[in-house]
Design a protein around this ligand. Structure first.
Ligand code: CMX
Length: 134
C-alpha cells in the first residue's frame, strides 16, 4: 500500500534563509521551488539519494504552516509516504479507524496528489499520503 518515505516536510520562516544550509552545508541537490496555492505554502525540494526534504514557508497568515510556526517555531512538520494508489490508501486507513484530514486527495507540489492523516490519530505526527505522477 505504501512503498517508501517520499519526503520529510520541515516548516521554515524563510526558504531563502534555509536553502543554503541543506544545499551548501549538507550538499543536497536543490530541485527547485514551487507555490502550492491550495496549501498556502511555498515549498523547496531537495534530494538526498532516494529521499527528499521539503522545506515549507507559509504564504498567508492562516496557512497551516504559519499556525505551526507560531506554536512550535521552525522544525519537522510532517512525514510523507509514497503510494501508487492514494484512493486505496485512504480507504484502508479509514477502514482501520484513522481520522483523515483529506478523504479526497488534494494537489501537492511536483505533480503529486496528497492526503493528510490527522496528527491526533497518528500519535502526534502529521502524516501525508503522496501519489506521484498526477
Ligand atoms: N504535527 C503534529 N501536530 C500538529 C501539527 C503538525 N504538523 N500541526 C498541528 N498539530 C496539532 C497541534 O499541536 C494541536 O494539538 P493540541 O490540540 O494538542 O494543541 C492540534 O494538532 C490542532 O492544531 P491547531 O494548531 O489548532 O490547528 P488546526 O486544528 O487548525 O489544524 C491540522 C491542524 C493538522 C488539521 C492542519 O494543520 C492541517 O490541516 N494540516 C494539513 C495540511 C498542511 O499541513 N499543509 C501544509 C503542507 C502542504 C504540503 O506539504 O504541500
Amino acid at each position: 500500500m505504501l512503498n517508501k518515505i517520499n519526503h520529510i516536510g520541515i516548516a521554515v520562516k524563510s526558504l531563502d534563509e534555509t536553502i543554503p544550509f541543506y544545499r551548501d552545508c549538507l550538499g543536497m541537490e536543490f530541485m527547485g521551488c514551487e507555490e502550492v496555492a491550495e496549501q498556502k505554502v511555498k515549498v523547496a525540494m531537495l534530494r538526498i539519494g532516494e529521499s527528499k526534504i521539503e522545506l515549507l514557508e507559509p504564504t498567508a497568515g492562516d496557512s497551516p504552516v504559519a499556525k505551526f510556526l507560531e506554536k512550535n517555531g521552525p522544525g519537522v512538520h510532517h512525514v510523507a509516504y509514497e503510494t501508487e494508489d492514494i484512493e486505496a490508501a485512504i480507504a484502508h486507513l479509514q477502514a482501520q479507524g484513522a481520522r483523515m484530514i483529506d478523504s479526497i486527495p488534494q494537489c501537492g507540489a511536483h505533480d503529486t496528489r496528497i492526503a493528510f492523516v490527522h496528527p491526533k490519530s497518528s500519535n502526534g505526527v502529521l502524516t501525508e499520503l503522496c501519489q506521484p505522477g498526477h
